[in-house]
Ligand binder design. Structure first.
Ligand code: GLN
Length: 500
């Protein structure tokens, strides 16, 4: 039997059928793994009892009712910005400490509906604002790759807890959220597949908002096929989220003999930027060559507005943050500082004690951009530029003259050391880490990060594929092809990792 950290959904289900493993014994091993890897700080809440109950339900379905649902007996982690009924949901913030929602987010309900077993809630940057998982009231999450107690690497963020949990083998899949790269970025640093679906394909109901017009629930798994299985369980219209796409979702089907000869792959030259490591550029080139050898039509394309996407994203992000965070007033929502304050003082003290510096500074800046005298100059201008960025995608994916898919790096380098990363301001961390990921959120396009090579330090390097909206089937089939071609090693086979 493989180690927990390399089992796929298919292998686990086969082991259940062959009675080499049972859901309850597997879930017990996963719980044990959360304990052995506690130092990674992947989870903010481990839902041990819930997981055991879910495991028992799967076991009964399997051996008594002789039915197996798509995720029966599969351990999952959920980023702590998705509401989970009666389970603490904190967004990594003091503001929501002790908050226990009365309902499940749609994605959580759908995972459960498919038989998944909830192992716990995963760490994140406060309110998902970050790209390192270094800004949480629960402390930073550590990357299991190349782990060294003194000098460890970040997982990336903001869904770093979800990524660490999957990479270390505590869960088989996890949900992240992706507003500007928060699923793909930690997937890249932790050697995982990180899928950001088309905006509106997966319900945001119960996902605590960061930027409503860009937020998408994301999926972190160890293989492309697992990502497809999870997507098929959670995607599709939801009456509880009126921004979901109304069209019925056609499940993705991975074809092992997928033919690349009719696929046009674009290499957008503007994605090459200052600070991109040589190793990443090299990997990008090599994978493009591999695809060409498989008869794909690979060519250079231009997306002229790429370089402004960081600034545009940042302005729109802060404006929506300022608006979204207004609800945490200490009265209706969030932490209430309990002194005999006036109403205004109560707002001020609750908000200053509830939010960290990053959140407060985004609220300030957002409100500044939204002042009547600045509204046109910043907010409206950024919306117009967003349209141009989005038009770049429409043009590059033109059916007749364009390409079917884009191949770019995900991040500019391997996972940075915590000490290096924290010497930068949150704004600069994001500008650097999310350079290749944010534009897809501005355009609503689906994108997937996948591990492509090991760096000289034996850390994962990742590439990203981006497709036109609703082309998840093509996206994941091409990703699967690359996965086979690069044959990225499992974490256990690379010996510099935690003993699993
Ligand atoms: N790093 C980006 C930000 O902080 C993206 C975050 C995300 O995708 N949740 O805004």
């Amino acid at each position: 039997m493989n180690k927990l950290s390399s089992l796929t959904i298919k292998q686990i289900h086969q082991a259940y059928r062959d009675k080499l493993l049972t859901p309850t014994s597997f879930i017990d091993q996963c719980i044990e793994k959360t304990k052995q890897t506690k130092h990674l700080n992947a989870f903010v809440t481990v839902t041990e009892e819930i997981a055991e109950n879910h495991g028992m339900e799967s076991e009964k379905r399997l051996y008594k009712d002789k039915k197996m649902k798509a995720l029966d007996g599969i351990s999952v982690g959920v980023k702590d910005n998705f509401c989970t009924k009666d389970v603490p949901t904190t967004c990594g913030s003091n503001m929501l400490r002790g908050f226990r929602p009365t309902y499940d987010a749609t994605v959580v309900a759908r995972l459960r509906g498919a038989g998944a077993c909830l192992l716990g809630k995963c760490n994140l940057d406060e309110f998902a604002m970050g790209s390192g998982t270094v800004d949480s009231i629960f402390g930073p999450t550590r990357n299991p790759w190349g782990y060294d107690e003194q000098d460890w690497r970040i997982t990336g963020g903001s869904s770093g807890g979800s990524a660490a949990a999957v990479a270390a083998g505590a869960v088989t899949a996890a949900l992240g959220s992706d507003t500007g790269g928060s699923t793909r970025n930690p997937a890249a640093y932790c050697g995982l597949v990180g899928l950001k679906p088309t905006y509106g394909l997966v319900s945001r109901y119960g996902l605590i908002p960061l930027v409503n017009s860009m937020d998408v629930p994301g999926i972190l798994t160890r293989t492309v096929e697992d990502a497809a299985v999870v997507l098929n369980c959670i995607a599709g219209p939801d009456d509880l989220d009126s921004t979901t796409i109304k069209k019925e979702f056609k499940p993705v089907s991975i074809k092992e003999d997928f033919d690349l000869s009719n696929v046009r792959i674009g290499i957008p030259k503007e994605y090459y930027c200052e600070g991109m490591s040589e190793e990443v550029v090299d990997t990008w080139r090599k994978v493009a060559d591999l695809l060409e050898n498989e008869k794909a039509q690979v060519r250079s394309v231009s997306m002229p507005h790429t370089s402004i996407s960081i600034a545009v994203y940042s302005i729109l992000n802060q404006c929506e943050v300022a608006s979204n965070m207004a609800r945490y007033d200490g009265l209706q929502y969030g932490l209430r500082t309990d002194k005999d304050y006036s109403t205004e003082e109560l707002y001020a003290s609750s908000r200053s004690q509830g939010f960290n510096n990053v959140v407060r500074s985004r609220i300030f800046t957002g409100n500044y951009f939204l002042l009547a005298r600045n509204y046109e100059k910043y907010f409206m201008k950024a919306l117009k530029l967003r349209r141009l960025i989005s038009d770049d995608f429409t043009k590059v994916f033109d059916i007749d003259t364009g390409v079917d898919i884009l191949l770019t790096p995900t991040t500019l380098s391997e996972a940075p050391l915590y000490s290096e990363f924290c010497s930068l301001h949150n704004r600069d961390q994001c500008a650097r880490q999310d350079y290749c990921t944010q534009a897809a959120n501005l355009a609503g396009a689906p994108a997937v990060a996948l591990p492509a090579a090991l760096s000289r330090r034996r850390l994962p390097l990742s590439l990203q594929l981006t497709a036109p909206p609703l082309a998840e089937d093509l996206l994941l089939n091409v990703a699967r092809k690359i996965e086979r071609l690069v044959n990225f090693p499992t974490i256990d086979s690379v010996n510099n990792v935690i003993s699993l």
